[in-house]
Write a protein of this length. Structure first.
Length: 191
């Protein structure tokens, strides 16, 4: 049922999500769906959790090729790709998809645990880069800077503040490389 809800969210947005619609799509009673999720808020929490699990999995899929700085950059590009591919889910995950929705404690815990993959990449980058060690006191500080930079970049791109252009992935690459004082030799392609 969560897969059906995710499909509706992705295709039609959060306003199309209703317990009755999901029940109809899966050929079940409204009560079955309500029992599973406990209401619309529970459904939104379940979708948010799935979204952060998917995002973390996508970032973990980034292959270890070359330097730690390269992987650090590639994870930011994977984050960007995820956000572009799953715009509606991304909006729900970061509080812009459903007015008044507040994730529950478990959803927040899962969301924060997705940060672990960024933290691991930051540790590797700090081990490799003297510049990064000079700029950031620890991996958590670098990881937070990376997430903030990536999220800000992607959010502005999705909101088309600077228009849709072909250099977005390259600018994100350069921003992330600058955080760790690295040169990244390959030019990324825009999603």
């Amino acid at each position: 049922m969560l897969g059906v809800a995710l499909e509706i969210l992705e295709k039609e947005g959060a306003s199309a999500l209703s317990m009755r619609r999901i029940a109809s799509e899966v050929n079940a009673s409204y009560q079955v769906v309500y029992t599973l999720f406990g209401g619309r808020h529970g459904l939104l929490d379940a979708l948010l959790r799935r979204g952060f699990e998917m995002l973390a999995a996508r970032c973990r899929e980034v292959p270890r090729r070359g330097s730690a700085a390269r992987r650090f950059v590639d994870q930011a590009l994977a984050y960007r790709e995820f956000a572009i591919r799953h715009r509606q889910l991304y909006a729900l995950m970061f509080g812009t998809g459903v007015q008044g929705f507040e994730p529950d404690r478990e959803s927040r815990r899962i969301a924060l645990s997705s940060f672990d993959v960024v933290l691991e990449a930051a540790r590797d980058a700090l081990d490799e880069s003297e510049v990064a060690r000079h700029r950031f006191p620890d991996a958590a500080s670098l990881a937070q800077a990376a997430w903030s930079t990536t999220h800000g970049h992607v959010s502005l791109e999705l909101d088309t503040w600077f228009g849709r252009d072909e250099g977005s992935a390259e600018r994100l690459t350069q921003s992330m490389a600058a955080l760790v004082g690295a040169e990244v030799d390959e030019r990324p392609t825009d999603a």
